[in-house]
Design a binder for this molecule. Sequence first.
Ligand SMILES: Cc1cc2nc3c(=O)[nH]c(=O)nc-3n(C[C@H](O)[C@H](O)[C@H](O)COP(=O)(O)OP(=O)(O)OC[C@H]3O[C@@H](n4cnc5c(N)ncnc54)[C@H](O)[C@@H]3O)c2cc1C
Length: 503
Amino acid sequence: MTFSGNETLLPFSDFIEAFKQTLKRVFYERDDITEFSRWRGFPATVLRDIMATNPFSVAIPKQYGGRGGNTKEILGLLDEASYHSLSLSLMFGINIGLFLGPVVKYARETIKPDIFKRFLEKQNMGGLMITEPGYGSDALNMQTYNERMDSKYHIHGVKHWQGLTGMADYWLMTSRRKLPGGELSRDIDFFITDARHPEQQIEVEEIYNNIGLYPIPYGKNKIDILVPEEYKLHPHTTGLKLMMDLLHRSRFQFPGMAIGFIRRMLDDAIQHTQTRFIRGKPLLALDQVKHQIARIQSAFTISSAMCSRSAGASGLEHNLTMATVEANTMKVYVIELMQESAQTLTQLYGANGYKEESIASKGAIDSRPFQVFEGSNEMLYTQIAEMVMKQMRLLKDMNLASFLKAYKLTQLTAGHFQKLTDFTVDDNMPQRKQVGLGKILSRIISADHVASMADKGFRSDLVRDTMDMIRQEVASLVSSFKYSPRVVPVEEYSHKSSWMDFS
Ligand SMILES: Cc1cc2nc3c(=O)[nH]c(=O)nc-3n(C[C@H](O)[C@H](O)[C@H](O)COP(=O)(O)OP(=O)(O)OC[C@H]3O[C@@H](n4cnc5c(N)ncnc54)[C@H](O)[C@@H]3O)c2cc1C
């Protein structure tokens, strides 16, 4: 199929099929992804042809020439891309979730037509700048500031680790307003910067040697720019709430990147273990191998259920500011499933899994930083536990099983976990316990998504096996949650601790 610029009018099935065919051609027929995945950046012709399919049209409203911003289509695009390249899917995720979505929802109408036209016709890209060298997890204390100067804002600071550093045409730039006394406001402001304007050029001070996700450049950015008032986003209430709405929606999109990736790990694992013979039998005949592949298959089912849920619950029309528990659950759990699936496939490949070009070890490296960016998993698990405990306190019910029975995110499956969760949650637990509780909750909430997808007709054998897997995992998480030694690191540990003295 050739692209005419009319792909925004195609039914989605035709649009995604054409996208698939393009990936097949540029990754396996005309070029070789195994070869160029070792280089930094996609070859220019590969990226050109992929972008000619107009992937960002899925995120642009119809009145600006896009396909309308349907979440199911967005997740479908991410799914298809990540089957072949997690980097490509993340590149789309950055543009769609971290730039286009917030622009559609919060930018002034007057500036939208030009931005969307450039995404649709000139393959422009946009990313998000939050992190600073001194302020990552502690982003709310960022030091990049803005000061009003006539009709413009002067923005000054240093940002680092932005995906698409030096490559994006647009940035969504975060900063805090400098108050008359010199201190910085608590709220966060968002501005759209456009690299076409000389006074909005962002200087790249350093390009980082990221160990994976090679096609996406990362680095350190010096910010000293002037942005017109019109390019400031307009939060419905506060900038902090805008930021939570934005980050939560992006976390709801992680399953879209995960599903294609996990499906690929599953397909390759089945294919490899059917054809690799050990002592005259295929590897897949071994019970342990069956178990390992069944776990990847459960990961596939869980991420499918998350996509199904996300498609109906995370569109721009929803205010996700308060959706912390559900958004965090999707992000933390699906990323652990991606990492585990890639590690399992690496193991099943034996020594060949240790080749640089192996899709499994590459997948393990590429999916690793997902546990750190957009909120480290430990921080997000803690937040899940804190939010749920807050509600338990309000209801004056600290028994987990009885709370889960009435909780909207666990109502469908709470009964399956009744015995396991029949304990009282301590109001003053240490953070490591909160992380443990967050893990338990994330699994049970995800089981609810699986049950809800089963009600819609998803195949029952995968659902049954997945429910068993989740129950087994919850059992082991509950057991370690109840085990409470408070081990802390001994920082000065060198005295009387050399084995040489004891042999
Ligand atoms: C591949 C990649 C892509 C990225 N993309 C972007 C981007 O597009 N835009 C952008 O602005 N930034 C981006 N980042 C930056 C990313 O968001 C930050 O790295 C992240 O927020 C963590 O900040 P930090 O690196 O300063 O780590 P720190 O804040 O120093 O945290 C280090 C570690 O401390 C632990 N920790 C921190 N807080 C807690 C807590 N409350 N409880 C328990 N443990 C905790 C965690 O293990 C955490 O990983 C990206 C980073 C990577 C690696």
